[in-house]
Design a protein around this ligand. Sequence first.
Ligand code: PDD
Length: 287
Amino acid sequence: MSRIAYVNGQYVRHADAAVHVEDRGYQFADGVYEVCEVWRGKLVDVPRHLDRLDRSLSELRIGWPMARAAVEFVLRQVVRRNKVVNGLVYIQVTRGVSRRDHFFPPENVAPSIVVTARSASPAAAKAQAEKGIAVVSYPENRWPRVDIKTVALLPNVLAKQNAKENGGKEAWYVDGDGNVTEGGSTNAWIVTKEGVLVTRPAEGGILRGITREAVLELVQKEGLAFEERPFTLTEAYDAKEAFVTAATTLVMPVTKIDDRIIGNGHPGTVATRLRDLFHTATDLKAV
Ligand code: PDD
């Protein structure tokens, strides 16, 4: 079966899907994106993803490429046309196509939209989660507006590539104060020796992850001890558990940070429980 992408109003073969060379996303990284999990054919937390897309767009003064309901329809179409049962749907919106010029293009330039979807293996993810991942710390190298989900991901690419070259699956950014901000494409969490879950507040330095929000609700529902505050890399080294969250990873245990083994070197009970419960909570809202 050939994959299908949606590009500016048309469903096209993925192999032929293309945007113009003067798309501002291509030339200036002048665009935003969302990644939404597809679970058993349903889109997980799609209203929240579209709310965040709306916020990213308005922060950059880019318009919606079409009505929000139409965007949601296209997301579902692309998932359906690619027969994705479990996987991801990706949407990217840029400021559109215009002669290269740093200034915003004329009013009549329409934003560009691209939607793709792909399958992922829940069994492979489960196997990974049973093992845990290693993360590698990296000095914060991004602009301060990381709350906007822009396609300008070169700093993240470099941080994650460094992690890969050092045996890790994710990078953990560390800011000038020694605090872990977040992962290259995930939010970061620890469980202290006292059993308290800690994650950085979303008021600054991180993207307000949708998975993070869903897990926070779960944490409250389960009555787990919890603090939303910055934590240092040293604190993370000494933690009982660590894990990351994202639409791509869900709750993924971290068993090693740099050359330090976390806890007993196996996925922790809190992370494992939150992962197990995740879809029971989000399933209620997945449509
Ligand atoms: N990344 N922080 C960063 C920097 C991210 O890029 C992401 C998501 C997250 C987690 O957000 P959410 O829970 O809404 O997925 C946190 C996506 C998945 C990506 O770039 O592939």
